[in-house]
Every structure is written in C-alpha cells, then in structure tokens.
Design a protein around this ligand. Sequence first.
Ligand SMILES: [Ca+2]
Ligand SMILES: [Ca+2]
Ligand SMILES: [Zn+2]
Length: 250
Amino acid sequence: MSSWVVVPNLITLRAEFDAVAPGRDRSSDGTIGDDAHQGEKSDHNPDETGATSHEDTDSINEVHALDVDASGPWPDGMTMAKAFTVLRQRMLGLGSKSPAAFLIYNRQIAMFPDWVVEPYTLADPHTSHLHVSSRYGAGTGSSNPENFTGPWGIEETFGMPEVDYDRIHQMIDQSVAGIFKQTLGDAAYPGRTAGAILLDLAKLRGVLVGDPKDTANAVATGAYEDTSPLARLIDAADVTLKPPPPPPAS
Ligand SMILES: [Ca+2]
Ligand SMILES: [Ca+2]
Ligand SMILES: [Zn+2]
C-alpha cells in the first residue's frame, strides 16, 4: 500500500488559504512527509504505512498534517500570525468538534482541547510555514473530525465579501455619465456641459492637427499637419504678408 490521501478537512483548510491569496507562495507548503519525516513519528506520514502519532481504525492510508507557506502575499490586514490566532480561536469555539489536534507557527504551539499558546522549542521554529495536524478518526460521518468541511475561519476573516460586480459597473457608468452632464457654462452659455466642453476641445485639436482623433502625431512632433485648418490659415497669412515678387525684368 503506497498510495495515500490527505484527510479532507486539511484540503478544505488549504482551499481557504488559496481563496484569500490565490497568488501566494507555496514553496513551504506540504502534506506528505519528506525523507526526514519518514524516519520519525510525524502526522506528515501516511498512517497505514508510516510512523504516526496516532492510529485510527479505518484502513485508509491517510496523511494528517498540512504545512502552509507563511510568506503570502496575504490580503491587507492578514499575516500568518493573525491566521494562527483565528484558527486557534475557531478550534476553541468548536470544542470537541475541533478538526485540528494542534497548530504550530513561529515558535508557538496550541493544542486540542484547551488551545493555550505555549512555546515550541524543537529544532524547526516553524517561521517559514504554519503546521496543522488533524485529529484522527474513522468513518464517513460528521463525528469523524477528519471530515470537517469548514469553515475554518480564514476565508470568513480575511476573504473578500461577496461583491456584485455588475452593480458596481452600473454605478461607475452612471457616475461618468453624470460628470459629462455637469453644467459648467458661463453667463453666455449657461447650459454648457462638461461633455460639450470636451467636444469643443477635440474640435480645437482638429484645428491644430487636422484630425481630432490623431493626438499621437501632434504629441510626438509638436507640429501641426500641413493639411490642418491652422496650416491653411498660416498659408493664407503668408500670402498676404509676403512682399510681392519683383516685377519681371524687361
Ligand atoms: Ca487511516
Ligand atoms: Ca481516518
Ligand atoms: Zn508540518
């Protein structure tokens, strides 16, 4: 028996971290034990084929531990230290229904059932990741802590609230339309709107560059187009101001 599964409650917990931080660094994530773990008792080992802290009565080869990389990036206001506190309080609130056996992060450990924070002094200080061990159980019922479906409190505490994006787009459209309809006229044109003034600016640019849509060229060269209305006015002025050509030699 070499295949193994992670107990469902830890999959749910990992999904909550992923939901609040889809782009998070997963370098220090882990479930099944590496070679170092396999030589010692660890909840990262599959329980039917490895050395584990507990045994359960099913014959499913389960891994009962999850590591979650601590580096994020997390949403505003979230740190792994705060996540540790949220989880600890949620487990305390769940009492005998707690899915977790213990949590370790940053030299601290909190354990079922009282979840008091105590110093963690073993070699790995757990600064790079949060470790969560699941409790052991058997069967498909909800009394088996392995089957806890959440919420663990991470998504509730740090996730985005449900947002109605269509409604937000509609509000933005209405706001922009409202800005264009603002009247900015003077005594001569009291009904002129911001939108009308922008149109006039576009037309003025047309006088300069010949094409009201073509800003790129005018910005790049600082020049007006030879064919623009302004160029024709200047040409006309030139004709008027230039001295007449000398009379033909006779
Ligand atoms: Ca098992
Ligand atoms: Ca089990
Ligand atoms: Zn671990």
